[in-house]
Structures are given as structure tokens and as C-alpha cells.
Design a protein around this ligand. Structure first.
Ligand code: AMP
Ligand code: MG
Length: 388
């Protein structure tokens, strides 16, 4: 048992076998959650001109406080072409060009009558050209995962098209003779097939192009044929059939199809019997069938692999710091991922930690990492956790 790879060792074995996918060009609007393949550079200064931060009057600071004469208007998108002279003011709106000759803006709230302005210093309420970023500077580095703020920044800097890694194509194959789709009547010994729904959802969030294959019974020919199809993808994720029972066929069939097994079983709970194999550039993850094992195996190994395939700067699971609300016994041999509910920094383990208990898991929003070892972690102990 102690010879099983740890989570970190197993993940290193996975990441070492990732061959990054090629890049493609996409419109910025379609790049959410994609990974930038090369630095994205600002097309223009941002702001592109000295612009007003307030609605008010553009003036010369030296004329303030005092009375000024309004000689024009500069609205957003409609600059004034008049140069401002001594004792003059130009009405200006937020985001409008500061006219030549002006060096400050007096907010409208600090003006009186027709037109007395309060004191402003040079530069007040002016957003200088290029103050956010300058043309030619890098807005976002290669390897960044593009979220809403990143996409907004790129659009603001005039970037229309981006080079991003293409989406990984992922096939999902549920295995098990007991599986029936929700919406049908269960016969004796049958259960609803849920892992393909769970995994497809995780994969969609991870930016993959997902193909869910028809579930196969624990029967060699059908399983072999389905695995062969799945091996055409960049990543094949199977569920079930990787334990030591007589109906657990996945490992042997994968080997027969030319896949090289990299590891089988990891010192983790739940999800110990996970298999990882490769065939040429295809990565194969055989996740154990218990739904929580599938979920955990995905977060620990599959999602990082998808990020690495797309060239993400850091592919490792994004563990966050937190504190246990209640004590937890440690497992002597295996790191454990405990489902918990989060309240601020405090993590309360849910009741019902067995690996088939997906309904209980639905009430959790965190996977708490409990490192293997003796004894227990006390309430208040600092831990690391993953968002689910
Ligand atoms: P296995 O890994 O094939 O031994 O399956 C372990 C447990 O997970 C068994 O109770 C299976 O019935 C269950 N299971 C396997 N595949 C699925 C699936 N796709 N959806 C829901 N439960 C599953
Ligand atoms: Mg099975």
C-alpha cells in the first residue's frame, strides 16, 4: 500500500505526459475560459486620449478658483475642436476628450452660477492617455486562463482576435451492466447512470469539447469497441470497471488496444483504483465508478491535465487555505478528500462521506485535503481545500 504513488506523484506522472494542443484564433467574445497561447498586446493606448473622469468643466488650474467663461462643449465621442484660452472653460462629460489648453476638470458639483469654479490642481479629474496601459504593452501573458475581467481588458485595449489553445476533445465512457439512464424504469439490481452527467458537466466547465459515448455493459467486445472509439479523442475518461472484480475489464482492454498504463491506484481516498494510461498523444483516465470517486479523480487529475493540454501557466489544482470547523480523523496511508460546506474560511465536513453518496455531496461546496498520517486534525486546524 505504501508503494502507491501519492496524489502529487501521480499528478506529476500525468503532467509529464501531456503534449500541449495547437493554438487557434478566436474572436475575443468567444474566448471565455480559454488559455492564451501567446501574449496579447494592446492595440492602442488606454485611455486612447486624455479624458475627463467627471462631468464638469475643463479649465486651466491656474484660473481656479474664480469666474470663467464657457466657450464650448466636449462630449463623449464628440470632442471640442476649440483650444482653451486663459479665463475660459469648456463643458465636458465623463469620458470626453480634454481639450487642448486645459489641464484640469472641475466637477459640476464644484461650480456655481454662470460660472464660478472652485479650486482644482493641475491634472485633477483627468485620466491621462495610456494611464491604464500603453499600445504595444502586454495586456495578458501567455498561459493565462481568460475570465471576464481578462476579456474586458483585451477588448478595451482593442484586441479583436486571440490565439488560444484549441479546446481539448474529450470522450466520456460509462461502463457497468447495472446502469440505466434517468427517465427509465429500474429493473432488479439496476441504478441510474449519473457519472457521465457529472463528468460532462465538469468537462464543460473545464472548456472541453465533450462526447458522451453510450454506456457499455461489463462485456469485453462492447467495451473494447467503445474504448477504441474513445481513444480517438485527446482525452478518454472512463467510469467504472477499474477495480479487482471479475467484471472490471477496462485496464486489460486498454492494454489490448495498445495503451500504456502509467499508474493504477493512487494513495487517495476516495478514488484509489484510478488508472492512467496513454496511447500516443491520447491521455486515458479510468475513474472508479463510485460517483464521488469520479468527481474527486476528475478534480485531482483530469482537470489539471486539461489545463496543461491548453498550456495553462499553472495546471495544478487550485487549493485554497481554510480552517476545519470540526476535528477529522486522518487516514494512515491515503490522503483524503473530505466533502465540506464552507462558511467563510471555516470548513464543516458534511455527514456521509462514503464514495457512493453523491446526493450528500450535492450539499458540499469544498473538498478538504486531509493529509495521510496518524491521529486527527483538530477543529481550527489549517487545511487546504478545492472548490466544487
Ligand atoms: P465499479 O468502479 O465499476 O466497481 O463501480 C463502483 C460503484 O459505482 C458501483 O456501485 C457501481 O454501480 C457504481 N457506478 C459505476 N458506474 C456508475 C455510473 N456511471 N453512474 C453511477 N454509478 C456508477
Ligand atoms: Mg462496474
Amino acid at each position: 500500500m505504501s508503494s502507491l504513488p501519492t496524489i502529487d506523484e501521480a499528478l506529476a506522472l500525468v503532467l509529464a505526459r501531456v503534449r500541449p494542443l495547437e493554438a487557434e484564433e478566436v474572436p475575443v467574445r468567444e474566448a471565455l475560459q480559454r488559455v492564451l497561447a501567446e501574449p496579447a498586446v494592446a492595440v492602442s493606448d488606454l485611455p486612447p486620449f486624455d479624458s475627463s473622469a467627471m462631468d464638469g468643466y475643463a479649465v486651466r488650474a491656474a484660473d481656479t478658483p474664480g469666474d470663467v467663461r464657457v466657450v464650448g462643449q466636449s462630449a463623449a465621442g464628440a470632442p471640442s475642436d476649440r483650444e482653451l484660452g486663459a479665463g475660459e472653460a469648456i463643458g465636458i462629460s465623463t469620458g470626453a476628450v480634454v481639450p487642448a489648453g486645459a489641464d484640469a476638470v472641475v466637477p459640476v458639483e464644484r461650480t456655481h452660477g454662470e460660472l464660478t469654479v472652485e479650486h482644482v490642481d493641475e491634472g485633477d479629474n483627468i485620466r491621462p492617455r495610456g494611464g491604464d496601459i500603453r499600445a504595444g504593452e502586454t495586456v495578458i501573458e501567455a498561459g493565462a486562463v481568460l475570465g471576464p475581467a481578462q476579456l474586458g481588458a483585451l477588448a478595451a485595449a482593442g484586441v479583436a482576435q486571440l490565439r488560444v489553445a484549441r479546446r481539448p476533445r474529450v470522450a466520456v465512457l460509462p461502463t457497468g451492466s447495472e446502469l440505466r439512464p434517468p427517465g427509465t424504469q429500474l429493473g432488479p439490481g439496476e441504478i441510474y447512470e449519473s457519472n457521465s452527467v457529472l463528468l460532462a458537466a465538469q468537462l464543460a466547465f473545464a472548456g472541453a469539447e465533450v462526447t458522451v459515448l453510450e454506456p457499455v455493459a461489463d462485456e469485453a467486445d462492447a467495451t473494447r469497441a467503445a474504448l477504441a472509439r474513445g481513444l480517438d479523442a485527446d482525452v478518454l475518461v472512463t467510469s467504472g470497471g477499474v477495480s479487482v472484480g471479475p467484471h472490471d475489464l477496462v485496464r486489460e482492454l486498454l492494454a489490448g488496444l495498445g495503451a500504456t498504463e502509467v499508474f493504477w491506484r493512487v494513495a487517495v481516498k476516495p478514488g484509489k483504483p484510478i488508472v492512467f494510461a496513454t496511447r500516443e498523444a491520447t491521455l486515458v483516465f479510468g475513474l472508479p465508478g463510485n460517483p464521488v470517486s469520479s468527481l474527486v479523480g476528475f478534480e485531482l487529475f483530469v482537470r489539471p491535465a486539461l489545463r496543461a493540454l491548453q498550456g495553462a501557466r499553472d495546471a495544478h489544482p487550485p487549493f485554497l487555505p481554510g480552517f476545519l470547523a470540526s476535528p477529522l480523523r486522518r487516514n494512515a496511508e491515503r490522503d483524503e478528500l473530505v466533502r465540506a460546506r464552507r462558511d467563510g474560511d471555516l470548513l464543516e465536513p458534511i455527514v456521509g462521506q462514503e464514495s457512493h453518496m453523491i446526493a450528500r455531496t450535492a450539499a458540499a461546496d469544498a473538498l478538504v485535503l486531509v493529509p495521510r498520517g496518524d491521529g486527527a486534525l483538530d477543529a481550527g486546524a489549517q487545511v487546504r481545500w478545492l472548490r466544487i
